[in-house]
Ligand binder design. Sequence first.
Ligand SMILES: NC(=O)c1ccc[n+]([C@@H]2O[C@H](COP(=O)([O-])OP(=O)(O)OC[C@H]3O[C@@H](n4cnc5c(N)ncnc54)[C@H](OP(=O)(O)O)[C@@H]3O)[C@@H](O)[C@H]2O)c1
Length: 309
Amino acid sequence: MTLRGKTILVTGAAGMLGRDLAPLLEDAGTRPLLTDNRTPGDAGPSISRLDITDQEAVKDIVQHERPDWIVNCAAYTNVDQAETDYQTAFQVNAFGPARLAAALRESGGKLLHISSDYVFGGGRQPDAASRNPWCEDSPLLPCGIYGHSKCFGDQLALGTLAPHAALIVRTSWLHGRYGPNFLDTMLRLAKEQKEIRVVDDQIGSPTWTRWLAETLIKLMQHDASGVYHAASRGDVSWFMYAGEIFRQAGLAAELKPWSSAELNRPAPRPPYSTLAVKKLERLLGTPCPDWKDDIRGHLEELGILKEKQ
Ligand SMILES: NC(=O)c1ccc[n+]([C@@H]2O[C@H](COP(=O)([O-])OP(=O)(O)OC[C@H]3O[C@@H](n4cnc5c(N)ncnc54)[C@H](OP(=O)(O)O)[C@@H]3O)[C@@H](O)[C@H]2O)c1
């Protein structure tokens, strides 16, 4: 199904994923309406202000613009801060998508809501030990306040809209040119420190926002609904991920493995959060990229790729 001429409202358009998505929506011939809660000056001239915790503002823009889709990239993404600032985390991550869904139910549009691997991996889940990637219908056991808020958001969106009108896309470990993200941090630390310690006991799949943005467009073109996992193929620790970044960027940093207990962050992290992506691959008829190829694409985009295939 073509998206040409469709009105697509993007929330959180000034964020890492939103900024990669915006030009692709233009390329697909849509009428993108880019919004964020950052003030327009901060966010750039083409982004208008919309705070998804403001029910009236959400209702007004949906009634006025009648979008065919809302792509909700807005989120409270500070995982550690969410442990204490849980009211804001829930207002944005849980009730935000619910407000968008409620407004769309009246206007007849569809919601594409971005969710997270943190809906898995909280507590002691048997699959974490056996390392079976989480499927779309695996039992939910969210990790930390952030994970609970994202999980609740998914459920509220799905419960508010008719089944054909809600699309939840869970992804993981995002890196993109509009960071901040782990890849940027590693490149910076390689310049600042001789020895870099990175956690080796959390496993997941690094995913490039550029690929994810392209995938979101394809999902809308397929008029997809329900829950999909969209991530690169990979099953790596942050330590292995850092090693591959340094290798491809040609940086000689000394890496030391660390444990989550030693790092002692305020929020818990899923020990294993790799997402199964077969459902997406079946729908699109193409395999998801390998995580190393995604790093290559990102470093190439930054103009600092040293390792050639
Ligand atoms: N980053 C990851 O590793 C990762 C992994 C899995 C899933 N995800 C999910 O992927 C999506 C995109 O993540 P991202 O990394 O692009 O996040 P991001 O860079 O933090 O972007 C989120 C954007 O939403 C804005 N925002 C925050 N509160 C808002 C509100 N009340 N109303 C409107 N906009 C608001 C933020 O503005 P401020 O910065 O001014 O608050 C920011 O511009 C999110 O749903 C996230 O949960 C991310």
